[in-house]
Design a protein around this ligand. Sequence first.
Ligand code: TYD
Ligand code: MG
Length: 452
Amino acid sequence: MAKGKTVFFCKECGNESSKWVGKCPACGQWNSMVEEVVQKKSAPAGWSRDSGKEKAAPIKISEVEAGAQPRFIFSDDELNLVLGGGLVPGSVVLLGGEPGIGKSTLLLQVALKSQGNCLYITGEESAEQVKLRAERIGIGENGCLILTETNLENILKSVSSAKPDFLVIDSIQTLYTEDLEATPGSISQIRECAGKLIRFAKEENIPVFLVGHITKDGSIAGPKILEHMVDTVLQFEGDRNYNFRILRTHKNRFGSTQEMGIYEMTGSGLRGVKNPSEIFLSERDEQIPGIAVAAALEGIRPIVLETQALVSSAVYGTPQRSATGFDLRRLNMLLAVLEKRCGFRLGAQDVFVNIAGGIRIEDPAMDLALVSAIMGSYQSMTLPPKCVFAGEIGLSGEIRAIQRVEQRISEADKLGFEDIVVSKYCRFPDYKGKIKIHTFSRVDEMFGWLFG
Ligand code: TYD
Ligand code: MG
């Protein structure tokens, strides 16, 4: 048998090369070329760059007709929010996430519960398996159409005859097109199938959800250009030891990337969580040293959550520092500030911090709660009950202003907290609530108030 033609593709940018090279000439990435067998169909005779269907001529932007296309609104409010207010007709949404996190569950649930007519195409499970899952979730009045197929040409034919309102493809890595000889899941197949689907979506005005696997380092498997090609990239994440899941936007051509949706995995599918703080705060009767509550933002949603710290004398020569759900370098910086600016001798102490609930937060406003928890544990003193912290700490020990402070204050107030500590430099002119607001400009000043 003749050996198929092989070429090399860059995993990062999809650049094609006939020989292996250590560094991609297009994007400059090292060691990103992989070999794949391809056999492209030859272009039809007489093909030239000019022989397209219709030539597009440039027109003035003011003359472009843009009828307000209604977005498709799902019954799932979290998904609508993340998509920027519903699904835009003809858009392509890529949903990535670790295996078993719930991508198939989320999209099947959306397919079953939406008002429209959905075609759910799976190349990963049999129709019976999907049915079993659908029974757990509850098949709505509409239900949806199921197709188990991995051949792209057949899929496009079925879609043209079924005319669904939207399409779910689980997953892009299982598809293949007959135009290429490469195996499903290879870079050339993913790129080609995605390209054809995107063209199809735009021409037929049918929105498409694509499920994408992710690799060990957390990026979506396949070429990076897949993410450039689609309109929206969503990431479904969460700690599998906990029940909640977060749906984030990494890219959205039709909305903000600040939004996020929170779900809880239950025995009967995913449930949208309206009030995220409820899952991150534990019910406790008595105060414990080393626990402080932070009013953080995740995207643009305020979340009130618990930070925990444990400070104990180091047994070994080098003290240990460990952070779960928080950036370790930032923790080290905060410890240095406490040591240098406030005079606490933490150099010989092990410090462990943890953000309760298994969430990962990057909001700098967590700093204030974290240092309060650390100092509480160090001095074995409890913090005032029902007190929340929101502030960033600078290198000189100053408490810096944070964004959306009013939103955080009102969230804490709504949850029944009685005191909130923020920076002196924050502005909240219109806030009229029950919660008592304490402002400080320096960390040592705040410690004076907390620990006397
Ligand atoms: P799944 O959607 O198959 O994940 P992915 O497609 O991202 O690989 O999620 C499977 C997990 O979800 C599995 O561990 C079981 C759990 N699950 C529930 O807890 N409740 C349910 O109602 C369903 C359908 C799944
Ligand atoms: Mg799946």
